[in-house]
Ligand binder design. Structure first.
Ligand SMILES: Nc1ncnc2c1ncn2[C@@H]1O[C@H](COP(=O)(O)OP(=O)(O)O)[C@@H](O)[C@H]1O
Ligand SMILES: [Mg+2]
Length: 335
């Protein structure tokens, strides 16, 4: 008999990843749906839909149904998931007949939303569906010994949200989530360029600026980047040169908020576990943690070691896929 596929899904606010233990990452695409408001139908999902952002005719709108870490649009989320599962099964040749699925939901989601996702995956034909908390998946994916009585701190900087969690014995000891992540950083850059230069830039340009010349709040050799946008006075295209120093100042608020959240979570740490944190430090994961200088900046601010997860954009997906055999143990621990 053919074994049913076992897959892990990271339903992130910015990216969805699908992972199988035997084949690794099967799919990694933006959580974007292009929706036609006239025909009320989905035109494209994933990469294809993201490429349309800011470039589509008026009747086609890009939607990020998970944008703020909550499932704003259940139907859209379910359709996106189904399309992506279809794509994976075509591309990888893995039969999606009755797979066992472990899916990681945004930690801000309510029990109703979790149920909804569960049902969406189930209706696609999954045999068993397990939900897992994001910080635990991230920790497993980053090779941390989550089922030991040792405290691990996970800082996951995603697109719509950031989460800081202390994990021990397979359960979350304490966790804080904020709706500040990479998206807010992009927005801060857009606002800055608008105010300082009277130039409008799009979301995708802002994201590129952040990745190229965005820095956490540390000293660094200044770099610059040429950017194109629309002059708000003349209405014409305009090229400007931005420096990393000015972008750094634009990112200050969201970075400080992240730091505050990390501090507040560490303060809540039970004293018996504090020693572990001094020894093992904090693990950074999520795409936002790849901001230039993030690791050094946080290490200098919180005075405990800060490590980068081996593949920050993938740890949650890898963790969900690997967690199957631990699921029962984890479910017990979280009860
Ligand atoms: N090199 C980088 N520097 C800064 N931010 C990055 C980098 N790479 C990706 N990001 C940001 O990471 C975010 C997506 O991270 P991800 O962990 O996939 O989010 P989510 O889990 O919410 O889907 C986006 O805001 C993206 O702009
Ligand atoms: Mg994530």
């Amino acid at each position: 008999m053919l074994a049913n596929a076992e897959i892990g899904i990271d339903l992130g606010t910015a990216n969805i990843l699908i992972y199988s233990k035997s084949k690794g990452i099967l799919l990694n695409e933006p959580s974007v749906v292009a929706y036609n408001t006239e025909t009320k139908s989905v035109v494209a999902v994933g990469k294809e839909a993201k490429e349309m952002v800011g470039k589509t005719p008026r009747n086609i709108i890009p939607v990020r149904p998970l944008r703020d870490g909550v499932i704003a649009d259940y139907d859209m989320t379910a359709q996106m998931l189904k399309e992506l599962l279809k794509k994976v099964s075509k591309k990888s040749g893995i039969s999606m007949r009755k797979p066992t699925v472990v899916i990681c939901t945004p930690s801000g989601s309510t029990s109703v939303e979790r149920r909804a996702i569960h049902n969406a995956v189930k209706s696609y034909g999954a045999k068993n569906v397990h939900l897992i908390e994001e910080p635990i998946a991230a920790a497993i994916g980053a090779d941390l010994p989550v089922d030991e009585p040792i405290a691990n701190v996970i800082v996951d900087v995603g697109g719509g949200t950031s989460e800081v969690a202390i994990i021990s014995f397979g359960g979350v000891v304490s966790c804080k989530s904020i709706r500040t992540g990479g998206d807010v950083m992009d927005e801060e850059i857009i606002q800055y360029v608008r105010k300082a230069y009277n130039v409008l830039i799009g979301e995708r340009t802002a994201e590129l600026i952040k990745m190229e010349i965005g820095y956490a709040l540390i000293d660094h050799p200044e770099v610059t980047m040429e950017v194109r946008g629309r002059d708000m006075v003349t209405g014409l295209p305009k090229t400007i040169t931005l420096s990393s120093t000015e972008i750094q100042s634009a990112l200050k608020e969201s970075l400080e908020q992240l730091l505050e959240t990390i501090r507040a979570t560490l303060e809540e740490c039970p004293p018996e576990l504090s020693g572990d944190i001094v020894d093992h430090g904090v693990i950074l994961t999520g795409g936002g943690s790849m901001l230039n200088g993030m690791q050094d900046w946080l290490a200098s601010e919180i005075s405990v070691p800060v490590h980068m997860a081996p593949s920050p954009l993938e740890s949650v997906a890898i963790g969900t896929g690997r967690s199957l055999k631990m699921i029962q143990k984890l479910q017990k621990a979280s009860k």
